[in-house]
Ligand binder design. Structure first.
Ligand code: NAP
Ligand code: MG
Length: 496
């Protein structure tokens, strides 16, 4: 895929692989281009420095539980140091740079990500467990595309907001989750820098390696020291960062629980905040839809990235007259998905991200069965070590079941049926979340009607998981507020 044009559209379709019953050789991506350090420091004021507390923890490969490297736990003093560095750089350099110069730095970062994309893809897969095909074709190219896209806006902000005087906010505190580590870092850092803000970012404790490689690239791109600072560590580091009085803007992606605690902490302050939280998306499949394509879209919607996706289509609502056919075809397709070594280019479903997440998924599998739903899993082989979950489908699900109400964040699809459009809309909207939805029908008027009635920030029609840096993304209800991507993504980092 060429990134020469930053306005790319990426379709996250899971490509069919061979029938697993056919013998095939492993096609392992080589780890040779990755040099892992024994341990990593923090990235503050343009330099890698030890944490002041000198505490470290291991990051592991969830596909085999082997230790990869040691990551530094930041202290409150480190948070303070990073926020000071960001403030200093904001006031003395970054906000004063000619906007076109800021753009040049962002273009440089984008090109360096492309140059080192192989290294990034392998690291992302080793540290997080996602299939190498997804890291290579989706996470890394899209991360570069975000930097390209926002680089282009850096000197055009007055055109983006005509008759206004857009100004940066100051220091942005950014906290991200583990499911798309580099991509989430790009979503946060690129618009902030383009608008003239400086950044302190905390990656998730389990997936810091690509953020630290990005720090190396930021050094290589010669950004003024302090423009971007990266602090590793656990939840309390994120908390200390978002609550630091020297911060002007908070951007958080993660769970609704933590999002709510951040909102409480920021109440009665004048700090700006955007929250990208959880989801429980409905995929609506009507009888007139092209069934084979729709089944492919549903599979992509839920099993992509092991279902560790905030906008995953984790609920399928299928019109009753075609439900038997759809479920049969879904089961057939699930049987061709390969679960296993994430570095193998044939793998469709990689490792569950952590033991903790694996436990959560198991609890939901038990809860679905205890509530009376019927569970189906293909009989695919699983590796001996590491954390694995077969793709799962539940039928006979009722609206009140936990598997239909709560975000599982795993490869688990809850199927329900409907008879009328009104019933489909009622069931789809019967959730506290509202991040995304999918509609499969050949009727254009129905798509438009549903798009107006479904309470979700993003609605895909006859496709799913389409992402583009120019397109805003964000939620309703407990899925959060604020948008990332496109012009909306710029406005979150400006006052005008
Ligand atoms: P999480 O537990 O909320 O963690 C997200 C980030 O916040 C991590 O870096 C975490 O640190 C940090 N953190 C934990 N407690 C904190 C606190 N009190 N204050 C500030 N930061 C704190 O979520 P997760 O389990 O990593 O990620 C999965 C969730 O993210 C899912 O609910 C998913 O839907 C959501 N998500 C949403 C989007 C979106 O765009 N809407 C995108 C991706 C994921 P540690 O992990 O290091 O402890
Ligand atoms: Mg890891």
């Amino acid at each position: 895929m060429s990134l020469a044009n930053s306005n790319i559209e990426t379709n996250l379709t899971m490509k069919p692989t061979l029938d697993p019953n056919w013998p095939s050789s492993p096609a392992l991506e080589s780890r040779d281009s990755v040099r892992l350090a024994k341990s990593y420091g923090l990235f503050v004021n343009g330099e890698f420095t030890p944490s002041s507390g000198n505490r470290k923890y291991w990051t592991i490969n969830p596909a085999n539980e082997q230790r990869l490297s040691r990551i530094s736990e930041s202290t409150a003093g480190d948070v303070d140091r990073a926020v000071q560095a960001a403030r200093n750089c904001y006031e003395k350099q970054w906000s004063r740079l000619r906007p076109a110069e800021r753009g040049k730095y962002l273009y440089r970062i984008a090109r360096l990500i492309q140059e080192r994309s192989r290294e990034f893809a392998i690291l992302e897969t080793l540290d997080g467990g996602k299939p190498i095909r997804e890291s290579r074709e989706i996470d890394i190219p899209l991360a570069a595309a975000h930097f390209f896209y926002y680089a282009g806006w850096a000197d055009k902000l007055p055109y983006a907001f005509p008759n206004r005087k857009p100004q940066p906010l100051g220091v942005a505190a950014q906290v991200i989750p583990w499911n798309f580590p580099l991509l989430m870092a790009a979503w946060k850092i690129a618009p902030a820098l383009a608008c003239g803000n400086t950044v302190v970012l905390k990656p998730a404790e389990t997936t810091s390696l690509t953020a630290l490689l990005l720090a190396e690239i930021i050094q290589q791109a010669d950004l003024p020291p302090g423009a971007v600072n990266i602090l590793t560590g656990h939840g309390p580091v994120g908390q200390a960062l978002v609550e630091h009085p020297g911060v002007d803007k908070v951007a958080f992606t993660g769970s609704t629980r933590v999002g709510k605690s951040i909102q409480r902490a920021l109440a009665a302050t004048d700090r700006r905040c955007t929250l990208e939280l959880g989801g429980k998306a409905a995929h609506l499949l009507f009888a007139d839809a092209p069934i084979d394509q729709a089944v492919e879209g549903v599979v992509n919607g839920i099993y992509f990235n092991q279902g560790h996706v905030c906008c995953a289509g984790s609920r399928l609502l299928v019109e009753e007259s075609v439900s038997d056919e759809v479920i049969e075809k879904l089961k057939q397709r699930m049987g061709t998905l390969r679960v296993g070594e994430p570095l193998d280019k044939n793998t469709d479903i990689g490792a569950i991200h952590s033991r903790q997440q694996w436990n959560t998924i198991q609890q939901y599998l038990e809860s679905g069965q205890a509530d009376g739903a019927t569970m189906y899993q293909p009989d695919c082989p699983l590796p001996k070590s590491g954390f694995w979950s077969r793709p799962t489908l539940f039928t006979g699900v009722s609206q009140s079941n936990r598997i239909s109400q709560e975000e599982i964040f795993g490869p688990v699809l809850a199927v329900q049926t409907f008879r009328t459009v009104a019933e489909a809309i009622g069931k789809a909207n019967n959730t506290r979340y509202g991040l995304s939805a999918g509609v499969w029908t050949t009727k254009g008027s129905r798509v438009l009607n549903l798009a107006a009635q479904l309470k979700a920030g993003v609605i895909w029609a006859n496709s799913y998981n389409q992402f583009d840096p120019a397109s805003p993304f964000g939620g309703y209800g407990e899925s959060g507020f604020g948008r990332e991507g496109g012009l909306h993504g710029l406005s979150a980092y400006l006052t005008y």
